[in-house]
Write a protein of this length. Structure first.
Length: 128
C-alpha cells in the first residue's frame, strides 16, 4: 500500500483507538460517517466504536491489516447489544458487518481478526 494515500483520522468518534491514519474513510454499507457517528454516540454497546471505526475508517498500513475483519464474537456482541437501537432508528444491520462471515477468533494469541485488546478495553471478554 502506498502510505502517501494515508489520511489523518478526523472522525471524533474514532479517536483513541490505537491508530491515527486511515486508508479511506468510507462509511459502512450505505451509512455515512455522520450516521455512523450518531450510532456510536448512542453507546448501545461498549464496543460499537471499535467495530464501526475499524470497518468504516480502516487503519492505514499493510494490506493485511486493512482487510482484517472483526472477530465473530465482537461483531455478534455489538449486534446483540445494539439490536434495539437499530430497530428504533429503523436501520438494518450493515451488510459489510455480517457477523456470520466474520473471522472466528482462534485464540487470544492469534491475530487473525480484530477485537478490543486488554490495553484498549480491560473489560473485554469473549462472549460465550
Amino acid at each position: 500500500m502506498n502510505h502517501l494515500n494515508c489520511k489523518p483520522v478526523t472522525s471524533p468518534f474514532c479517536q483513541g483507538l490505537g491508530y491515527s491514519t486511515t486508508a479511506s474513510p468510507t462509511g459502512v454499507a450505505g451509512y455515512s460517517l455522520q450516521q455512523i457517528g450518531q450510532l456510536v454516540e448512542t453507546a448501545c454497546s461498549p464496543h460499537i466504536a471499535i467495530l464501526m471505526c475499524r470497518v468504516a475508517v480502516p487503519e492505514c498500513g499493510s494490506e493485511d491489516v486493512n482487510r482484517m475483519k472483526p472477530c465473530r464474537a465482537l461483531c455478534q456482541k455489538v449486534k446483540t447489544d445494539c439490536e434495539s437501537t437499530f430497530k428504533a432508528r429503523r436501520l438494518s444491520w450493515p451488510v459489510r458487518l455480517r457477523c456470520e462471515s466474520s473471522h472466528i477468533e482462534l485464540s487470544i494469541n492469534v491475530s487473525v481478526c480484530f477485537k478490543p485488546t486488554p490495553e484498549s478495553d480491560p473489560l473485554w471478554t469473549v462472549p460465550t
